[in-house]
Write a new protein. Sequence first.
Length: 758
Amino acid sequence: MKWYNLQSILQDIFWLDTFREGQQEIIEHIIEGNDTLVFMPTGWGKSLTYQFPWVVRDGLCIVISPLISLMKDQVDKLQSLGLQAELLNSTQNYHEQQQVLYDVENKVLQFLYIAPERLNSREFLQVLRHRQISLLAIDEAHCISQWGHDFRPSYMKVKAFIESLSWARENSWEWKRTFPIVALTATATAKVRTDIKERLGLTHPTSFISGFDRKNICIVVREISQKEEKQEKVFEIIQKTPWVGIVYCSSRKHVIELSEYLISKWIKTGVYKWDLSPDAREREQNAFMNDEYNVIVATNAFGMGIDKKDIRFVIHYNLPGSIESYYQEIGRAWRDGKMSYAVTLASYGDTKIQEFFIQNTYPGKTEILKFYEYLYKNMKLGEWMGVKLAKTQYVMASESGLWNDMKVWSIIKVLEKYDILERGMDGWWDDDFRGRWLTLREWKKRESDLKIDWNKQNYLEEEAYFKLTEMKKLLFYPQCRKRYILEYFWDTEDLAKLPLNCWLCDFCLEAKKYSSEDMQSFLPLSSYEVILESVKKYNEKFGQTIFTKMLLWSGDQKLTDWSLIYYEHYGALKTLEREIISAMFEALIEYGFLEKTHGRYPMMMITSKWQTSLRREQYIKDELWELNWFVMHKIPKKKINSSQKSSKKLSPNSSSTYNETLDLLSSGKTLSEIATLRKLTPQTIESHVIKLYESKKLPLAQVLELTHFNNIKAISQVLTEEEQWLKEIKEIIESRGELSVSYFDIKLTCAMREMRDI
């Protein structure tokens, strides 16, 4: 190994004055020949950590990278420094590829960037055997992990490629490798990191994890569901920000709608979608890089390799699918270290879009087998390895009867992962080529002989739903968003330095908008208990949406079909906003009282903590402050104010229905007759009576006619100063032999005591 001076190399070859935090330690570790895993955020300078060691270590530096645009950007930078760098991919013609291979074999090149699809080329491997390798770098290493957010089957060839560049020791079957492996990614959880290490066959690599705290990015979340309001907010941000930015949309439809809106407002807007031709994508990207646009509206296909220093904002127009992809995308701002903004304009409704993607990205066993039979439809068992198909996904979707080209694309990737087929011809294919060629790599087999791990496929789907849940927690739970991200990525170094209030997310900046008294008095304990008792009653039978509708007194036909309109708590929280009830459910989940079952349609269920608190109500009383704190920080203050007002008096919209019940009651009609005439449930009419009495529109004398004095007396004897469950009161009374007492009697008696009439 050469003698070296790190500072001189940094200045003389890479034209840099100083290392960034942590870079020098990693570089020294690689120079010493150690396998290294680098988990640092986008824009941190990971590429220098594998480019720099080449100067000291003799030989060729090979870099595996997933996108042609990413490779081209890196090669251009190295060439601008006077270094001999090239890329090898399918955009080059035959003669260009042969020239690159010649330069590799004759030690002209110092850096070679390749796509993982190239790794099975015998000609390429033969050339490399004549060249000393200084190190092998795997960029965007999360692509090798099936638990990562951008898994690519072609990355599974990397381990075999590493072994092919190793030689057996003399008189031994042990493999000998003379160069270090460096795997780098900006987005990897602990689970993904472990998977990367195992899939590369690394036994004792050193991991460097830090820098996930992007100190110059302010994270802001605004829950907006209406298209018009979202568009106006994007326009407002662009107008207030004098630099350029990126707006990410979850679908082509949203890209088109938003770009047309911005163009109508005279905003210079670029458009980047995956269905553009390669030339069109390159034109749009270059125009953005050359400041011809104020903003570019794009799907998540845009951004790999983008190193534009003055991107000042990144807007997510829809809910991102995972924290990994979200954090990678917002990292395209702040490259110059100046304050930048990551704004998410999303609502819970956006969850449906991501769930649609998950459903189509992880096809079921039946769908995969159906497509397999389509591919081998004219073949017998044991026939036809190497058959080639030249059809679009749309054609294959219709011919196979799946009628979904997105799902067909996902199935193709599954079959490729298990080496059943290969995209492209003769092992050569381009990421930008839309898969019109498929090559079958094995004979037709029975279902039982296929090597597909069906359990693993199910786990992958569950993992995708887990990532979506974590994304929702980040955006929709009231908490420091910086802290949640650092905990998600297990960045303990930055976590230790993060203050209690980061002052760089909307939650921390708005943390003091409510007083401690607000927290304690906002929602009473009974409101949460109504939710918990309802879930206990129908444990694991309904999802959050149905429970919310039931408690809101919704007219949804499903509630009638399932007899939920007869449940005692039907309409119990109708004076609250829907958003508040949803936040209450989330608070009870966050603090361990409720859980959701797994799967595509999660059901609500109570936890062991709540089972205990049924016996000891003190548990939930102790956490009332925290529950209200969660809810109040999650929703707009104007909705809290309106909810507080409506909970203290009859709302204007509901007063007419109460008055109608009052008029019929005054005319001598019984409660059951009123219910029949008004086509409402008896429980609803009973709730009207309680409200009318509490608002002093129904006198005590008239109320007493609706119950029996002995029942009131029996109920009064078991009431305590503490809040009690209706069911608990009823069980005590019935145990004393008073079987005629109804829930309506109990509610009336409680109201009378509250009004101090008894």
